[in-house]
Design a binder for this molecule. Structure first.
Ligand code: NZQ
Ligand code: ZN
Length: 385
């Protein structure tokens, strides 16, 4: 196990009927006016907007709105939010939505503390330094953005991230029942993203971290079981609650303790897909993870044998056969949930693989299990085709 420091500063408010506590919770922070950020309208259909607006009014908190944040959020909305925040004299950003809305909100907070183009922070030209607090009401469990310091934004064909302790939300409200209204594919995307975050941390080169391995396997099994329940019954509260908590735990750093920081190559490979074709992050990951695994499993075959045994109960064959079987079963599982498992299936032209590889490598070789260069990346996209 590696040495580590763990700190997570987000207060998590979890459970049924918690959204209506937003006004009271913000009051504890002395907030008088928020910039409320949300997406394309789901918050109106499922009643979340009304609950929040009522609670804010009851607690004398004013709000101004930044709407229409799209999935795979773009920098132009961040600029718009920064301007609106200043004009309206708000004192906090309130994100109401999923990763796209939360990441935009974090970007706005980061930009407000920076005397220059906020994109510089994503280019690593400057560090995040901001006093503006972000609060969230989560409506789709997937990214873990509700309890981490990451923000992922797209600028032209660059889908890049920034990470800072200053961008942890002060608190996040997670009521799993507001996710009853999610379309099936979005629930599946969320489950795939959650599993992918666990994989990124699980499949690195850390030796002998039994507790993190067992914890990770527990998260994976829980997601796999409960997404199948949700597919049959989208309004099963306990299944939603289990998925929601897994998603938060999968990327709040709790399962990265004593590890080497994870691999994250597959997220890079996926972000290029979203940057070019605007495909959903979870869908891209369902395609890319089995392909990446096929390419790198020999780097640490024992880990893949363990994965196959612990997740799928594979208990026959050579190490090689066991490792491969686990990867195949993962792909089959994704197929069963309705997630795409090939680039062809989502309509990406084969001749684009070259430019995708170039895009993924704009910031140089990446990955911890195996450092990937252009040749490796192209081969992985070809496996995924
Ligand atoms: O826009 P609306 O109408 O709200 O619809 C949204 C959106 O279309 C819909 N939705 C959300 N809650 C709903 C709902 N529909 C019905 N009922 C509800 N309760 O879901 C769609 C997807 O929303 P989005 O926020 O894009 O999903 P997600 O949470 O998966 O976020 C994806 C973004 O986060 C980034 C991804 O790359 C992508 O840009 N990530 C952020 C990370 C982080 N900050 O730590 C890490 C991740 O690895 C990831 O990269
Ligand atoms: Zn992800």
């Amino acid at each position: 196990m590696e040495n580590f420091i763990f700190q997570n500063t987000t207060k998590l408010i979890f459970g049924k009927n918690t959204v209506k506590t937003i006004g009271k919770e913000l009051s504890k922070h002395g907030i008088k006016k928020v910039l409320m950020v949300y997406g394309g309208g789901s918050v109106f259909k499922n009643g979340v907007f009304d609950t929040i607006s009522k609670s804010l009014i009851e607690n004398n908190i004013k709000y101004t709105e930044l709407s229409n944040i799209k999935a795979n959020p773009v920098i132009s909305k961040v600029y718009e939010g920064i301007e609106l925040f200043r004009k309206e004299n708000a004192d906090a950003v309130l994100a109401v939505g999923g990763g796209s809305v939360i990441d935009t909100s974090k970007a706005i907070a980061a930009g407000l503390g920076y005397n220059g183009d906020v994109w510089d922070l994503y280019e690593n030209k400057a560090a995040v330094k901001t006093e503006i607090p972000v609060f969230t009401v989560l409506t789709i469990s997937a990214t873990g953005s509700e309890m981490n310091g990451n923000s992922v934004i797209t600028n032209e064909k660059k889908k890049w991230s920034v990470s800072s302790p200053q961008l942890f939300p002060k608190f996040s409200i997670v009521d799993p029942s507001v996710q009853f209204s999610l379309p099936l594919n979005q629930s599946v995307n969320g489950a795939v993203d959650t599993m992918s975050h666990v994989f990124e941390l699980y499949f690195d080169r850390t030796e002998e971290n039994e507790v993190m391995d067992e914890y990770s396997e527990g998260l994976i099994r829980t997601v796999m079981k409960n997404i199948q329940i949700v597919i049959k019954n989208p309004e099963d509260y306990n299944a939603r609650a289990n998925l929601a908590l897994c998603a938060t735990l999968a990327l709040n750093n709790s399962n990265g303790m004593g590890r080497q920081g994870g691999d994250w190559a597959t997220h890079n490979l996926e972000h290029s897909l979203s940057a070019f074709y605007d495909i959903a992050h979870g869908a891209g990951l369902a395609i890319m993870f089995p392909a990446w695994m096929k390419y790198v499993y020999r780097e640490n075959i024992k880990k893949w044998v363990r994965f196959s045994e612990k997740i799928f109960g594979v208990n026959y064959g050579s190490e090689e056969e066991k490792a491969i079987k686990g990867i195949e079963l993962l792909k089959e599982f994704y197929k069963k949930t309705g997630a795409p498992v090939s680039l062809r299936e989502v309509g990406i032209p084969e001749e684009d693989l070259e430019k995708l590889s170039e895009n993924a490598l704009l910031r140089g070789p990446f990955g911890n299990m195996k450092k990937l260069d252009k040749d490796d990346v192209l081969k992985i996209y070809k496996i995924a085709y």
